[in-house]
Design a binder for this molecule. Structure first.
Ligand code: NAD
Length: 354
């Protein structure tokens, strides 16, 4: 029964999904009115980007392979210059959140539309959120100009994503949906997408862990990632995303691994304040308890479960706690120093969430 007032806003984006969808990239560019697209990627994904550029033929204006995590300003500026020099009138981002983030950094200061071809489960392609890092500080913002115009989800491109990275990237996606279920500005449509997204990833991750080249499992995971990304881009995130942003930015911890370690502890922190959301998360995962369900999933699939195992130092926990307390933001349970410090300690040690 729906008895809460809500606001629902949709955004103009085209999404094409399915194995082999990549073949439609040239037609998508044509729909955008683009005939010269700069293809963006990370250095390790250069071969994938070259294959896309070959498919685009004369519509490809070149390849820029300088995407790196958290979009350092220097790489954004180099990519902006490359787009201008190539005379590009569109951008094609082939990769995960880092590459889509680089496309957004260009789109922020130019009218170039973005065609995103995601190869991880991070979900950035579905959000108007951009990030730029300068002098060690990551600044994020929202601007509809950076939202990709079209997204091609082709699970064949995710077959090469290493299993370990696939698992943590999938749990990163689950985190978007989990926080979407208790978002202060949530709505029933996003609730449905969040529950469906968590369920898809909850069944796909063990399946692709067992058989990384199983295209059905890869499809299911990418489907879940799409839904979770849409939730991330549509409603406000809370303590979990704030903590991960702070820890990742200030202590340079790996993004998806960090989400994987922190999520069970934030769910335990919020459990009593958001019981309905917890029930939906647990039901989607087929477990009795949301926090324990995520922790068990991570552990079973060999993902990290302790901050100390992903580069955090115990002597920095007090500073992390102080940083996370600095700005006010909505969260189902008030954010208080002592329980937050306790959460960080438990996440540091990798204890099962309580
Ligand atoms: P990533 O894009 O950095 O990719 C991780 C590594 O995996 C890279 O080396 C990449 O080249 C490689 N890789 C990606 N796909 C591959 C594939 N299919 N096969 C082989 N290798 C592959 O990691 P990510 O977790 O996708 O993105 C993290 C970044 O995205 C962070 O900076 C995060 O803040 C940002 N992000 C932003 C949003 C948003 O809405 N703005 C959402 C989620 C993540």
């Amino acid at each position: 029964m729906q008895n809460q007032p809500f606001t629902y806003e949709s955004r103009a984006q085209r999404v094409l999904f399915g194995a082999g969808t990549l073949a439609q990239a040239p037609a998508e560019l044509e729909r955008m009115g683009a005939h010269k697209a700069l293809v963006l990627c990370t250095a390790p994904q250069r071969a994938q980007a070259e294959a896309v550029a070959a498919l685009l033929g004369p519509r490809a204006a070149g390849i820029f392979d300088g995407a790196v995590m958290h979009v350092p300003m220097a790489s954004a500026e180099a990519a902006r210059a490359a787009a201008a020099q190539a005379g590009a009138n569109a951008l094609v981002a082939v990769g995960g959140g880092s590459t889509v983030g680089l496309a957004k950094a260009i789109a922020l200061v130019s009218p170039l539309p973005v065609l995103a071809i995601p190869t991880t489960y991070a979900g950035s392609e579905m959000t108007p959120i951009y990030g730029l890092t300068e002098n060690g500080l990551k600044r994020t913002g929202r601007d509809v100009r950076v939202l990709p115009r079209s997204v091609l989800y082709d699970p064949e491109l995710t077959l090469a994503l290493p299993v370990g990275l696939s698992v943590v990237s999938g749990i990163n996606a689950i985190a978007h949906a989990a926080e979407g279920l208790y978002a202060a500005d949530g709505n029933p449509v996003m609730g449905l997408m969040a529950a469906e997204g968590i369920a898809a990833l909850g069944r796909a991750l063990p399946a692709l862990h067992a058989a990384p080249h199983d295209l059905h499992a890869r499809s299911d995971a990418l489907y879940g990632a799409w839904l979770c990304g849409l939730v991330l881009g549509s409603v406000s995130m809370a303590l979990h995303h704030k903590l991960c942003h702070t820890l990742g930015g200030s202590f340079n911890l790996p993004h998806a691994e960090l989400h994987t370690v922190v999520l069970p502890h934030v769910l335990a922190y919020n459990a009593k304040a958001a019981p309905h959301a917890m029930q939906r998360i647990a039901a989607a995962l087929g477990t009795a308890d949301a926090a324990l369900g995520v922790h068990t999933l991570a552990r079973r699939l060999g993902a990290p479960t302790a901050l100390r195992d992903i580069g955090m130092r115990e002597e920095d926990l007090d500073k992390a706690c102080a940083l996370a307390l600095r700005d006010a933001y909505p969260n189902p349970r008030p954010i208080e120093a002592a329980p937050l410090r306790n959460l960080l300690q438990e996440a540091f040690e990798g204890a099962a969430p309580r």
